[in-house]
Design a binder for this molecule. Sequence first.
Ligand code: FES
Ligand code: FES
Length: 158
Amino acid sequence: MIAVINGRRCKLDVHPMKRLLDVLREDCGLTGTKEGCGEGECGACTVLVDGVAVDACLVPAAHADGCAIVTIEGAGRVRAGKALQEAFVKHGGAQCGICTPGMILAAMPVRAGASLEEIKTALAGNLCRCTGYLSIFRSVQAGLKTRPKKKRARANAR
Ligand code: FES
Ligand code: FES
């Protein structure tokens, strides 16, 4: 499997059916991607594959071949991800933290200026047992607001 993971080209000798979640955690040492249910129900394992939020527990390595993957370890290198991380800290969006990497990755593709309903829809596949979700939604709203103006202008122009 060859992929660009957090901006780095990686060549990995893994079985094509190995779960992307396990490839990231075991072969890449990127343990920020969490396993909750292992069945596509909780979103704890969410990563970006070519900009789309996916459950890494459901994706075989072969399907990620040739793709650009972003995990929570790389999220902070992108302005949108950094803004979300800072907002989660500031607004108490994390308690135990198990769901947090997945929440942030799921929120990264959300457009600047998104409504609360859009945010809820984007995070609908991500479960949290601790926060009651309000602080998470507040964090995402705040993170979207602090995105650089230039980027927001471009997003609005689409
Ligand atoms: S661990 Fe992948 S969705 Fe729950
Ligand atoms: S902060 Fe604990 S599951 Fe969300």
